[in-house]
Design a protein around this ligand. Structure first.
Ligand code: ATP
Ligand code: MG
Length: 348
């Protein structure tokens, strides 16, 4: 019985250098490392959001776990199956959806879905449900060449879903879908609940909040910055907006405290955090009443920002946990070596 639906242990992916890099490099076989030892576990029944800056390797990680790319080091198991040695088993269990996925333009929606249902032994009823729920059944006999970007995004998701996969890997699946339909997509995916694990790259907080239990933050260079529970984030950081204040002179903590209790000092500036529009208005009023500012600016907080704040706040306890894990691994290695030595001695 496997408790982890995904186990990734030191996954490495490299690409050949191209263009200028290749021209400048002395080694014609020089490679660029894009994933540099990705290690994490995802327990069964939970869904995951991959977050991180552009170019950090999110899409590469999705493609490597989905067996589209083969890793250059480390290993990973999906439902207990190795992504390299048991690729066939893995492929039966997963779907991969990406904006780069293109279809035969001359085929209709029905012909396209018929094709994928046939080759993947999929579930046409599930595909129909999805299309009907999104009120796109009028497009059933329309050629894909006339589809809008949003309609194509829905078709891609539908192709991924009809296979009824245990894990749906999806790269920015809701981009291009209008607000109302996006909510229907989220509700549809949520309804399927624990039957299906979702591994998504999606920067919108509403998608992550509604569909994901955990966030894996990837840093530039393709390393894991940390893994965080979404509920812990929501409980600890009920922030949606930040208000950055540039003071005329120094802003003291005492003044900041008087304006609003959730704040951080950055250099000579102060950043206030608000959970709603009403709180923003309240903070604006108090800043104006205080009057000692050159300027202040309000913006929505990205979910990456909140995750980074959580990781910074919990840095110490995470380090302790990591140290405990390192000790366990070391102990297991020592026990293994001791057993091997014992066996060797017996043989003598
Ligand atoms: N096929 C490829 N060949 C060479 N380099 C690649 C290839 N695919 C990706 N890369 C490089 O690997 C790095 C990570 O790319 P990737 O697309 O995985 O990032 P990402 O986190 O998904 O970024 P974004 O948020 O922009 O989608 C980038 O520097 C990219 O240029
Ligand atoms: Mg990407």
């Amino acid at each position: 019985m496997v408790d982890q639906i995904i186990q990734s242990d030191g996954l490495i992916k490299e690409f050949p250098m191209g263009g200028l890099f290749k021209a400048r490099s002395k080694d014609p076989f020089a490679k660029k490392r894009v994933l540099d030892g990705i290690t994490f576990d995802l327990p069964k029944g939970l869904s995951l959001a991959l977050l991180g800056p552009n170019g950090s390797g999110k899409t590469t990680l999705l493609k490597t776990l989905s067996t589209i790319y083969s890793p250059d080091g480390g290993e990973a198991q999906i439902c207990g199956y190795d992504i390299v040695d048991e690729m066939k088993e893995v492929r039966k269990l997963i779907s991969f959806v990406s904006p780069a996925m293109d279809f035969q333009k001359k085929l209709t929606l029905k012909q396209t879905l018929d094709f994928f249902v046939k080759v993947t032994n999929g579930d046409m009823a599930l595909a129909r449900d999805f299309i009907e729920e999104l009120q796109l059944d009028h497009l059933w006999n329309t050629k894909l060449e006339t589809f809008s970007e949003g309609q194509k995004a829905i078709t891609r998701l539908c192709v991924g879903l009809q296979k009824n996969p245990a894990i749906l890997f999806a790269d920015e699946p809701t981009s291009g879908i209008d607000f109302r339909r996006k909510q229907i997509v989220l509700d549809f995916l949520e309804k399927q609940g624990k039957e299906r694990t979702l591994v998504l790259v999606d920067h919108s907080p509403d998608v992550v909040d509604q569909l994901c239990d955990k966030i894996l933050l990837i840093a530039l260079g393709g390393t894991v910055q940390g893994m965080v529970d979404v509920t812990k984030l929501q409980n600890e950081f009920n922030y949606m907006y930040d208000i950055m204040v540039i003071p005329k002179d120094q802003m003291t903590e005492k003044i900041a405290e008087k304006i609003w209790h959730r704040y951080e000092m950055i250099g000579g500036m102060c950043r206030f955090f608000a959970g709603s529009r009403a709180e923003v208005t309240d903070i604006h009023d108090k800043i104006i009443e205080w009057g000692g500012f050159i300027d202040f600016k309000t913006s929505g907080i990205s979910i990456e920002d909140i995750t980074l704040m959580w990781l910074a706040k919990h840095e110490k306890e995470l380090e302790v946990k990591l140290e405990e894990e390192r000790k366990k691994v070391k102990q297991a290695e020592q026990e293994k070596l001791a057993k091997q030595a014992k066996r060797r001695n017996k043989r003598k």
